[in-house]
Design a protein around this ligand. Sequence first.
Ligand code: AMP
Ligand code: TRP
Length: 346
Amino acid sequence: MTMTEPPLATAEATARLDALLRPPRVVSGITPSGSLTLGNYLGALRRFVDGQTSQQGFFFIADLHATTTEHDPARLRELTLETAGLFFAAGLDARYSTVFVQSHVPAHVELAYLLESTAYVGELSRMIQFKEKGGRPRTRASLFTYPCLMAADILLYETQTVPVGGDQDQHVELCRDVAQRFNREYADTFVVPRLDKAALAARVADLLLPTSKMSKSAPPAAPGVVRMLDSPDTIRRKIARAVTDSRAQVRYDPVTQPGLSNLLDIIAAITHQSPHHVATGFSSYADVKRSCTDHVVEMLVPVQRRYAELARDRGHLVSLLDTGAAEARATAAPVLTRARDAMGLV
Ligand code: AMP
Ligand code: TRP
């Protein structure tokens, strides 16, 4: 041992101290299974941007998650770059955050396999997403194991919190269970992360089906889905046609007035107010729709302008993603090594 190399125990202690002293680690991903929606922006992407200067963020385009159901390779390629462009256009800044494409960091797949040997069939079968879309003979095996890949996405970065919209609780809970089981059965390897669910707009609803989530995998022209790249005219038209009700009373009540309440939720999230308070400012549904449109357009137009600039220089976008992937690989490598060691892989 030389003077410059501390003994192993000290090195580990130093690593732990470093982990305590650095800004909190945050990880989240978005699957490129469609053009991003207003729901993705309010529930996830905008929140990544808001926290980035006080946290160490790892944000990725979850392309491997887009192959769990039938997909078109050419469209996946396009959507991966579009989603990456929107991450930067929304304000993620490579000086603060590591932005990358999931499949550029092979450690995700490798750790996912190790976690498949930690997770149980019983718990994977209970995932709502699997129960809804899976269970048929031609269901892709990856749809079943997907939560192990998502757990790997999170655990590789010694993540403290996972900012997501309202539909990911079960997956993050499974990730915590798997991390704790691994730590208990093998060796203390993973930081156990915590869910950070959006307080407002956790579940933006489809404008025409206000009891369903606004989903990016709806057909591209779905009239109830506002996309981040929709023109102001399209946004105006979609919100003008949003389903409300015949009570003609502006109140925030998601159970009896889900369509109206969805519009109030959107305004509330954009203006950082409570939806009950927002409701008191209007006397007609037309006013609510007009205000909702104005807020959405005003919020998205600058993002669209930056996106258009980025889209003109794909080479630059690709080089930003290359840098992000290199940083992510370097951060993930020691954690993967620890997991391999703990499991007895020589
Ligand atoms: P996904 O669209 O399922 O890939 O989700 C990517 C991120 O966006 C996750 O954090 C979701 O929780 C969030 N998200 C997706 N759809 C919505 C929605 N309609 N409202 C709020 N958050 C959403
Ligand atoms: N499963 C998430 C979704 O479909 C996306 C995702 C993949 C993710 N890996 C993640 C989110 C890790 C948070 C952390 O919405």
